[in-house]
Design a protein around this ligand. Structure first.
Ligand code: NAD
Length: 177
């Protein structure tokens, strides 16, 4: 890294930021015009939202239980937010993504949330999991018949020596902040 960069800001790049951003850009490879739903707007989820904007996703939805985090998600690139306590989350997400998301990322590790993420995908969509599920995960068989994909992601599939300098360059250009 360039020695002039503010070291105090760079620490989180090595884990949470790399994981969130890499999940979208490298693992899921969300592209221009795609729809992305991120469950959990903490360090990992907010990094995923910034990356979805970099990728050119045009529908970026954040789901969280805390309004302040949803508000930050909107500042960082979410085009819509949904409260995780709502009864009709799947219907809201299907409406916002015109029938279901192409990509979802779960950062909560909550099996109920993961099943909501699967339900909210369109056929052939993919959900990435970064949080270790707190209980055994039961997948709805119908999801597999619809070609939906569920995949675990470690550190965003990133090679840190390559990916962190790329994130820093995007940040210096004002495109990842
Ligand atoms: N796989 C990896 O390589 C990797 C790397 C880094 C972090 N992680 C894991 O990723 C997870 C997320 O990390 P983080 O730093 O963003 O955590 P965090 O606690 O900052 O964020 C989690 C967010 O999920 C939200 N949430 C919890 N329950 C919810 C629900 N039912 N509906 C909607 N939102 C809900 C919380 O309000 C919070 O904002 C952790 O489990 C962490 O261990 C994995």
């Amino acid at each position: 890294m360039d020695k002039d960069l503010p070291l105090e800001l760079l620490g989180p790049l090595g884990c949470g930021v790399q994981t969130g951003a890499g999940s979208i850009l490298l693992a899921l490879q969300a592209g221009p015009g795609s729809s992305v739903v991120v469950f959990g707007a903490g360090g990992v989820g907010l990094s995923a939202i910034m990356a979805a904007r970099v990728a050119g996703a045009t529908t970026i939805v954040a789901v969280d239980l805390h309004e302040n985090r949803l508000s930050l998600a909107r500042e960082l690139g979410a085009t819509a937010t949904v409260h995780g306590g709502d009864d009709d989350i799947v219907a809201q997400l299907r409406g916002l993504t015109r029938g279901g998301a192409q990509y979802a990322l779960d950062t909560t590790g909550n099996p109920g949330v993961i099943n909501t993420a699967i339900d909210a995908l369109r056929p052939t969509g993919t959900v990435g999991l970064v949080g270790a599920p707190s209980r055994p995960l039961t997948l709805p068989p119908s999801a597999l018949a619809q070609g939906k994909n569920v995949r675990g992601i470690l550190e965003g599939d990133a090679v840190p020596q390559l990916f962190i300098p790329q994130l820093l360059e995007l940040w210096q250009q004002g495109r990842f902040s």
